[in-house]
Design a protein around this ligand. Sequence first.
Ligand code: PEP
Length: 253
Amino acid sequence: MRRKIVAGNWKMNKDFDEAETLIDDVVKGLEEEEVDCDVVICPPFPYLELATDGAADSELFEVGAQNVSSFDSGAYTGEVSAAMLASLDVNFCIIGHSERRKYFNEDNATLAVKVEKVLANEIVPIYCVGETLEEREANRHFDVIRRQVEEGLFGLDAADFENVVIAYEPVWAIGTGKTATPEQAEEIHAFIRSLVKEKYGDDIANEIHILYGGSCNAKNASALFAQPDIDGGLIGGASLKAEDFVSICRQAK
Ligand code: PEP
C-alpha cells in the first residue's frame, strides 16, 4: 500500500514574514488534525532554510525546492545546484513544472539531466508531466505524456527510478479552477503506471507514487485521492492557505 504524499507548491508567492506565518500555521494545523500522509512544502529558494528549520523542529513535514540547476557548480549566475539544496536538508525537488517548460523553455532532455542531478544528491524529484488543452482536444494527450515520461525519466536505471515521484498536472487545470474529473485523472495515472510497468516491471510500477495536480482543493481532494492510481497531490493555490492545505492533507489516506 502506497502512503500518500501531499506537496504544496507555493510558486513565487509570499514575503519572508508571510512565509514564516504560513509554515507556523501549517504546523499548528498538522498538530491538530489527524494526518496520515507525507507532507512536503515547496517554498521559493530564499525561504528553504526557514522551511527546513521548521521541518526539523516539528518533524511534521519535509521540504522541497521548485527547481534546480542542470549544472553542478561554477559560473552559472543565478543558478542553484542540487548539492546546495542537499546541504540545506531539502529532500524533494519539483522538476519540469509546466510553468518551467512554458516560460523557461525547459525540454525533456534538460529535465532528464536535472532529475539525475537531484538523485545523485539523494533528493527525490517530483517530475511533472501534463498536456495542454490543445493537445487534449487533438487527442494527443497520451502521446505527449508518454514522451515526457520516456524522455525525462526512462534513461534512469531501476535503482534510481524507484526514488522518483511523478506528478500528472494537466496544464489546462493548473490555476484555472478547472479540475480534471477523478475519472479523467485516473485514466492518465493508470496509463503512466502502465508505462512504468512495461519499462521497469510490476514491483516498481506498484511502488511508484503518481500525484495529481491542477486546481486540487479542499472540496475535490477526497474524490481524486480515492482513485486507485492517485497517490496524493501537488497543490498550488490551495497550499497558500494553511487551513485548506491541512484539510487536503487530512483527506489523503
Ligand atoms: C501547480 O502549480 O503545481 C498546481 C497544481 O497549481 P494549482 O493547484 O493552483 O492548480
